[in-house]
Design a binder for this molecule. Sequence first.
Ligand SMILES: Nc1nc2c(c(=O)[nH]1)N[C@H]1C(S)=C(S)[C@@H](COP(=O)(O)OP(=O)(O)OC[C@H]3O[C@@H](n4cnc5c(=O)[nH]c(N)nc54)[C@H](O)[C@@H]3O)O[C@H]1N2
Ligand SMILES: Nc1nc2c(c(=O)[nH]1)N[C@H]1C(S)=C(S)[C@@H](COP(=O)(O)OP(=O)(O)OC[C@H]3O[C@@H](n4cnc5c(=O)[nH]c(N)nc54)[C@H](O)[C@@H]3O)O[C@H]1N2
Ligand code: SF4
Ligand SMILES: [Mo]
Length: 869
Amino acid sequence: MSLKWSVSEGTWISSVCSMCYGGCSIRVKVVDGAVRKIEGNPDSPLGSGRLCAKGTSGIMTLYDPSRINYPLKRTNPEKGKGIDPGWERISWDEALDIIAQKMKKIHQDDPRKLFCMGTTTCASMMRNSVRSFTVSFGTPNFFSGGGGLHCGNGAHQVAGQTHASWSIVPDFDYCNYVIYFGASKGHAAGHAGNANAQLVSDARSRGMKMVVVDPLGFQGAAAKATEWVPIIPGTDTALAIAMVNVLINELGIYDAEFLKYKTNASYLIGPDGKYVRDTASGKPLVWDANAGEPKGYDDPAGDLALEGSYEVQGVKSRPAFDLLKEHVRKYTPEKAEEITKIPARTIRRIAREFGEAAQIGSKIVIDGHELPYRPVSTIYFRGAQGHKNSLYACIAIDTLNFVVGAADMPGGTLGFCPAGLGHPETGRPAFYPKAGLDGLLVAGMWMSPHTPYPIREPAQPRTMGLGEMFPFALSSPFMVSSDQEEMWEKIGLPYRPEMILDHGSNPIMSVGNDETVINSVKKIPFIVVSELYLNEFTDFADIVLPDTCYLERLESAPNHPPILNHPAGMGRWGWPIRQPAIKPLYERRDFAEVLLELAKRIGISSNYYATLNLMQGIESPYRLEMEGDYTWEEVCDRQLKSHFGEEKGLEWFKKHGLISWPKKAEEVYWRAFTNARAPIYWEFILTAGEKVGPIAQKYGIDFVESYFKPLPEWNPCCSHEVKDPEFDVWGIYYRDIMHTNSFTMQNVWLDEASTRDAYIYYINLNKSTAARKGIKDGDWICLESVKGRKVWGKANLSEAIHPEVLAVAGCTGHWSKDQPIARAKGTFFNALLEIDYEHASPANLNLDNCVKLKVYPSAPEDKGGVERA
Ligand SMILES: Nc1nc2c(c(=O)[nH]1)N[C@H]1C(S)=C(S)[C@@H](COP(=O)(O)OP(=O)(O)OC[C@H]3O[C@@H](n4cnc5c(=O)[nH]c(N)nc54)[C@H](O)[C@@H]3O)O[C@H]1N2
Ligand SMILES: Nc1nc2c(c(=O)[nH]1)N[C@H]1C(S)=C(S)[C@@H](COP(=O)(O)OP(=O)(O)OC[C@H]3O[C@@H](n4cnc5c(=O)[nH]c(N)nc54)[C@H](O)[C@@H]3O)O[C@H]1N2
Ligand code: SF4
Ligand SMILES: [Mo]
């Protein structure tokens, strides 16, 4: 095979990147059966031909000599950090026999003893296959490692309840003023990677102002911002509530029309904090100011009151907005300054700029529809939400959008594509948010069958994660926490996990300190991992299966559902497929095929097909028949035909790569076209708390009432409660564009670029802080937590970082000898994070990702090979 080739040779194959979950469309050049180049696909709205460094470097992940190529069986029964598993190559048949035998036994005994995992890095694969398999096996125990606990328990739930979507993003085409709260959408990370990068840079060129609230100014969105506002980690809630206060109480800026008809701001609240309901219908009541009487919230009313006090059904009641208005008064900018260390005058100015830029009352015509024009947006993501107080952080930040009427209106804050009317020829896939219980918003499409609203009814826990008593949690630390056994004993969990089936997640690195996770996974007798690489977690596995990477894999729905990874805003819909650019190398086998085979061997195929039909939206006549026997190709073919018609099955998609059609204003600005309301008063958090409290009390688990109020409060993280003055710096991590979680440090191109970068493999801290501590640029330093956990790394000094904060990029610091490129590069920050209930949100179990540290010069024995370029 010659390494020389010309652009005219070979073929371009359309597919979808999976070096992160960003879902950008790609074209892969294949010459002589080998991948030579990857480019962005200019024909797709999912990236418009753009590609990041990780996407370009995927070729080195495909051909990495450290990849796993054959099924492996452990020969050393002893498990521990640094202990060689003694891998032995076995055949696929033997591997599947061993696994199926174990699983059959568990399935007959108690399916809940199987604990499935999947990596967020392969988000679509996780949803399309792994979750479906978990459900069909009959186990409720699913875990996505650090996913959810770091990035989504607040963000996804709240976005689901307010925007019917997994996440939120500015309407870049029309937005004039955006505030980012710890998010890098369109910059270093986040959903719809390159599509947003293009949209945000076009918006900035057009003059969009970008205010970025972030402890770091040297990277991501902050580095491109009009204004960088450094903040103390975990305090965004206080800032956002203070801004709501300035808008409503100091400036009187709010969109009354929007609040009255698109939110529950007008619902009457009684002295018990709950909706005052019509005695006959049970519907929440509003006050009709024209008629001077209460009405059902959905009665055609004259003019709904937002303020005042009304005697209704013998009780004094006030519109929810009136309570919000009073509630936020105590968050003065001065009080927020104490918490966030952002000057009160800055808070006032930004709130005013935001309020004025909203142009409340203005209109715009799009696609023939006259719509409200609100060219302002506030968004959050992992940074602001990555804390114990994530639920209220997301609520408080989003409240700003609702106060000025900018939620899902032109120029405002959009959910990622929560409404679709389907392809013009078939009307599919179709999904639309609608009004549900109490008139509040129910998502038309979700990542799992249970939509975020109405919330799950709090109940006695019977799952490993205790999710039943935490109805706002999507993921739970108790799957691997230090207090896991204590919690299970308290609730009387009637079983213990006997097997893990993992697709790619590396919880030993991604959740928190490795000691805790290792103690937990060591107790599990049988662990199977489908991976690209051997790593810190596979050291504890019994069988490792060689997976295909995305360049060797088929997926019919890599960007579906669009609430995850499709650019919002007007433009076009795109539905690409992920298809193998080359046949799988060696004995690598697609895990989707492995799951179909396992289902067959265990005898659960009919369940699996039924779940696939449900989760993939496969409708008649293409539904998988219970008694059928399908390959993964056939499943993909049926899904595509079900959505796009008989002519457009897998063969059509293999040839064309994707299907694309124009978006409609009714889809993008769906909120203007529905009567669904979003909560600005979170009555259902209060009522959930009333049910969670007694359950917690029954089992002797702390119930923290301050997390169950209907209006957001700033609750401190554990790091804010550290009083020892020696621990004077907050430690956080952030994502660099060059790396994905713990995955990409083994990629030789990305590593080469990273070793030449001033920040990626370093501990970044402020020059003045370093000077105070006698630390010079390039010095070895130690970070120590109050729990005595320590890590080391080299210092990089910058002025563009909050003086009380230090930061580490990505999830670096691998120690697996099987990843020779990644090994000992950077610092394993998560070693400093605790994993227990104390460090998790009592409302949604989100983990605290910030930690208070003592920092001092100190060289470790093993310098880990990190040398400054
Ligand atoms: N310090 C730090 N900690 C973090 C984060 C961080 O940025 N920094 N991010 C947090 C967040 S938000 C998340 S979501 C989690 C993510 O946490 P995880 O999902 O547990 O971990 P990842 O690092 O994304 O996934 C890593 C594994 O996926 C494997 N992988 C990649 N592609 C494939 C594939 O196609 N097939 C298979 N079988 N395996 C594959 C890689 O080889 C790698 O070992 O980590 C959280 N923890
Ligand atoms: N390049 C790249 N892209 C990715 C990933 C990746 O690992 N690398 N991972 C994917 C995944 S799993 C996820 S969840 C998304 C995450 O996407 P983002 O949420 O955009 O990523 P982060 O860099 O973790 O966090 C964003 C910013 O929050 C800041 N921050 C940290 N703590 C705080 C805080 O308390 N308050 C405020 N205001 N800011 C804070 C960080 O400095 C950082 O600049 O990205 C996805 N895309
Ligand atoms: S942003 Fe993510 S999905 Fe897009 S090209 Fe980069 S690595 Fe691939
Ligand atoms: Mo994530």
